[in-house]
Design a binder for this molecule. Structure first.
Ligand code: NAD
Length: 491
């Protein structure tokens, strides 16, 4: 891929994409480079080319984070908070521009992209407020002989690795708490959506984040490049969001230097609809839980588990709503379902749908990739899906609603928990007592009880089982970037 090709197609709408591809961002400077083409998934066209970072670049990024660490740690929490608030303000001032960029490189609708920018910016506001309220502990030892003092200190240099599906929010959900805690960071964003990460890097600098506090590096060689950072003794934290498979590899790598790890991994969310649910509310929630980001979300409803008595009405209602969605390039204002990220993503969805159909699923809507340029899969509804289908175990990561049937609450709970994942679950019932009782039996880190959306910067986001370790957002998120220091004193 020549840079000339990238340049010639770099203007899209009002955006000159090449302006976001100035190079690696290390120590507040742009180190020019090429090698990673960035594609618009609605056309397959290359819109920019970003730098391909090497192991030496990664070392330079850690050098920069190390050089900046002392000054940032010594900056008062109030001054750090003011810089974070400025990041929030600038992101919201540029919400439209950032949303367009996200939509262009990721494919999600502009409405989803605007929502992502607001969500992503909110982490800066939340952690500006949280960062000035981090307190320690003080107590008399039970024997009465000494005092126990616990101080929370910044953990040190953090390596942050993020996926393509929320290119702004997955980065700020880590950067904001890390900076509030007093840590410096190196971010490795996904190669599919690097422009958003670089656009935000420029914005942090404008907001007053000192050089070296945030460094951003893209690479086609993530295994080797991140291993070099994880094995650098100055790095003390890995915070990863992505697939469970890559998460396992990174945990193994991080074990060599016994790094503190926060892992936000894959999901297989059940969406349980009881007979006594408010049908319209359940359908509203189902559309959000399934179709936010075109189904490309870790919290996406992967399995609709619907009780016998409401099953037919739920399938009919869901099919009607899915059918009404407007499919098109994310950047077109009326689009509700954009393209998938890559051809590979389409191939995976096709394989899962064909396996489910082979095992007896009925196609109520869609079911076949669209014959047009770009990577489009239509809103699809499958009913009577077998519990043996591959899509009952794997993330679909696309606009495919798979509906399963259950009879009793015990069956629903057993089906919901029959997965290695434990990220999110949704429950619809008008009996709140039952909803709370079922919530306590579901093995996930998050539950939407009569809600199709759980993400909130003020709530602890994260999974149980193989969906992850640790929490992001809320007070929990900043503690992930801190270490408790216990001082025993006789005073
Ligand atoms: P992925 O695991 O393929 O990639 C995630 C990141 O890891 C990317 O930056 C990628 O370049 C990097 N990477 C890949 N191989 C690596 C290696 N060997 N060493 C180091 N880094 C490596 O995931 P994806 O396809 O980008 O994102 C989709 C996945 O992310 C889904 O499984 C989804 O559920 C998950 N996800 C989870 C959450 C959450 O909060 N739990 C949020 C969003 C996405």
């Amino acid at each position: 891929m020549s840079s000339a090709t990238a340049q010639s197609s770099s203007r899209s709408g009002n955006l000159d994409c090449s302006s976001y591809a100035r190079g690696l961002y290390i120590n507040g400077k742009w180190l020019p480079g090429k090698g990673i083409p960035v594609t618009d998934p609605s056309s397959g066209n290359v819109i920019a080319e970003v730098a391909d970072g090497s192991v030496d670049d990664a070392r330079a990024a850690v050098d920069a984070a190390a050089a900046a660490a002392g000054g940032w740690r010594a900056t008062s929490p109030r001054n750090r908070a003011q810089i974070l608030l400025k990041c929030f303000d600038l992101m919201m001032q540029r919400q439209d521009e950032l949303a367009y960029l996200i939509s262009l490189e990721n494919g999600k609708s502009l409405a989803d992209a605007r929502g992502e920018v607001a969500y992503a910016a909110e982490f800066f506001r939340w952690y500006a407020e949280e960062g000035v309220r981090i307190s320690g502990e003080f107590m008399t030892s039970p024997g009465g002989g000494n005092r126990i003092i616990v101080d929370y200190e910044p953990i040190g240099i953090a390596v942050l690795i993020t996926p393509w599906n929320f290119p702004a929010a997955m980065a700020t959900r880590k950067i904001a708490p890390a900076l509030a805690a007093g840590c410096t960071v190196v971010l490795k964003p996904a190669s599919e959506t690097p422009l958003t990460a670089y656009a935000l890097a420029a914005l942090y600098s404008e907001a007053g984040v000192p050089d070296g506090v945030v460094n951003v590096l893209t690479t086609t060689n993530p295994g080797t490049v991140t291993a070099a950072m994880l094995n650098d003794s100055r790095v003390r934290k890995l915070s990863f969001t992505g697939s469970t498979g890559v998460g396992r590899l990174l945990l193994a790598e991080a074990s060599k230097s016994v790094l503190s790890c926060s892992m936000e991994l894959g999901g297989n969310a059940p969406f349980i609809v009881f007979d006594d649910a408010d049908l319209d509310a359940a359908l509203d929630g189902a559309m959000v839980a399934k179709m936010r980001n075109g189904g490309e979300a870790c919290t996406a409803a992967n399995r609709f588990l619907v009780q016998d008595g409401i099953y037919d009405r739920f399938v009919a209602g869901l099919t009607a709503r899915m059918k009404a969605l407007k499919v098109g390039p994310g950047t077109e204002p009326d689009t509700e379902c954009g393209p998938m990220i890559t051809r590979k993503a389409i191939d995976k969805i096709e394989a899962l749908v064909s396996d489910a159909v082979d095992r007896g699923a009925k196609v109520e809507l869609g079911g076949k990739a669209l014959d047009r340029e770009g990577y489009f899969y239509p809103p699809t509804v499958l009913s009577n899906v077998s519990h043996d289908a591959d899509m009952a175990k794997d993330e679909i990561f696309g606009p495919v609603a798979a509906v399963y049937r259950f009879g009793t609450a015990d069956e629903a709970v057993a089906m919901a928990n029959d997965t290695e994942y434990g990220l999110a679950a949704y429950i619809y019932t008008q009996d709140i007592r039952k909803g709370m009782a079922i919530s306590s039996r579901i093995e996930t880190g998050m539950i939407g009880l009569n809600r199709g959306l759980v993400s909130d910067p003020a709530g602890p986001f994260g999974g149980t089982k193989q969906s992850g370790l640790g929490r992001e957002g809320s007070h929990h998120g900043v503690i992930e970037f801190m270490e408790a220091k216990y001082i025993a004193t006789s005073l």
